[in-house]
Write a protein that binds this ligand. Structure first.
Ligand SMILES: Nc1ncnc2c1ncn2[C@@H]1O[C@H](COP(=O)(O)OP(=O)(O)OP(=O)(O)O)[C@@H](O)[C@H]1O
Ligand SMILES: [Mg+2]
Length: 348
């Protein structure tokens, strides 16, 4: 599923425009299995993106442009994604029909489920039980505000890139999870992406995304807290957040702060209890630059009482040999989950 697709190419580039880091993954699809050819992450100037909104498009575009320029990355085959509150992902039920017929009526169905003006949205959907025989079928509906897509396209244009696919953040993450952890498609799993500004919670039920939520929590705020409350410089705080300072008092401080993520996951999964008996979060996978925050994994595992795994998007993927030329030396692979999920997508 994609909001837009522009044809198949041998090599695809996934671009994740984060508020802290611009991340690029290049995957070659010419062989029988995908091969990762390049993974790179570059810091973005502070406050260029705030609360998901691009405040300084000129700076973001020029940073992206220079990353592609310096790294010699193909500009013609880029996959990007949109997310946040202007994207709605909703599992719905509708009368069983062919995909083609559903395409005709999805607009009317969506009207009941999407709180936006239908003239302003781009819709897509997928039948989640195509083999089912009941009178009703499960459909995963996606609606994204058109403005969000237009802004993304104009940003790419300013960075002199052409888009091949515009996907949805949650689906790209899901894609990278499925390739690397196929067992996550069984039962109920959570995929939590802890970034610079935002933490997204994605809940999958038998591999179908049933819920996505954003929590405004990330390394940026923790860094500000450490600077204010522990009199640290920004550099010292960053060392702590990367897990390179294991002072006990700091561990305790962060243990408290990360409870917010636990609470967010609890709130997001509360609906499971009201559903069929036995529906319970089975496991959570963590990704994003926040995975190294000391105490995080432990605090979540304790609070939620579930197995907590740091997801590595390279777990099952073949990486071209070549050291730093292929994967940046200081790169943290869980940060690349979204960009790799995008690069793994091959438009039909
Ligand atoms: N090796 C590393 N390189 C870069 N950042 C790291 C590393 N290890 C940990 N970090 C932390 O990860 C953060 C960036 O994470 P990430 O790239 O997931 O955020 P983002 O996608 O830019 O933000 P958001 O999704 O909230 O917009 C940095 O702010 C830093 O604190
Ligand atoms: Mg991010």
């Amino acid at each position: 599923m994609a909001l837009f697709g522009f044809g198949r190419k041998k090599r695809s580039v996934g671009l994740d425009i984060g508020s802290g880091y611009i991340k690029v993954a290049v995957v070659n699809h010419s062989g029988s299995l995908p091969v990762v050819e390049r993974l790179t992450a570059h810091p973005l100037g502070a406050d260029a993106i705030v609360e998901g909104e691009i405040m300084d498009p000129g700076l973001v575009a020029s940073t992206i442009d220079s990353v592609f320029e310096e790294q010699g990355i193909d500009r013609g085959s880029v996959a990007v994604s949109v997310g946040g509150r202007d994207v709605i992902i909703k599992p719905i039920q509708m009368d069983r029909m062919s995909k083609q017929d559903a395409r005709e009526v999805i607009h009317w169905e969506a009207e009941q489920h999407v709180p936006f003006d239908m003239d302003d949205v781009q819709l897509d959907f997928e039948i989640t039980d195509p083999e089912g025989e009941g009178l009703q079928m499960g459909v995963l509906l996606v609606a994204a505000k058109r403005e969000l897509i237009e802004n993304k396209l104009s940003l790419l244009e300013e960075a002199q890139l052409s888009a091949r696919i515009i996907d949805v953040d949650a689906f790209a993450l899901h894609n990278a999870l499925e390739v690397n952890y196929p067992e996550a498609m069984n039962g109920i799993a959570g995929l939590i992406n802890i970034g610079h500004e935002t933490t997204t919670v994605n809940i999958l039920d038998e591999g179908v995304p049933v819920l996505t939520r954003d929590i405004s929590f990330g390394t940026r705020r923790l860094s500000i807290d450490l600077q204010r409350e522990r009199a640290m410089s920004a550099e010292e705080a960053e060392v702590v957040l990367r897990g390179e300072n294991t002072d006990d008092r700091l561990q305790a401080f962060l243990y408290e702060r990360v409870q917010e993520v636990g609470r967010g996951i609890e709130r997001a999964t509360a609906f499971l209890e009201t559903q069929e008996l036995g529906a319970k979060l089975g496991r959570i996978y963590l990704c994003g630059g926040g995975v190294r925050i000391p105490s995080l994994t432990e605090a979540l595992a304790e609070r939620l009482g579930v197995e907590t795994i740091v997801a590595n998007p390279l777990e099952q993927l073949q990486v071209k040999p070549g050291g730093d030329e292929v994967v940046d030396a200081d790169l943290l692979p869980p940060m690349m989950m979204l960009s790799l999920g995008l690069a793994l997508r091959v438009a039909a």
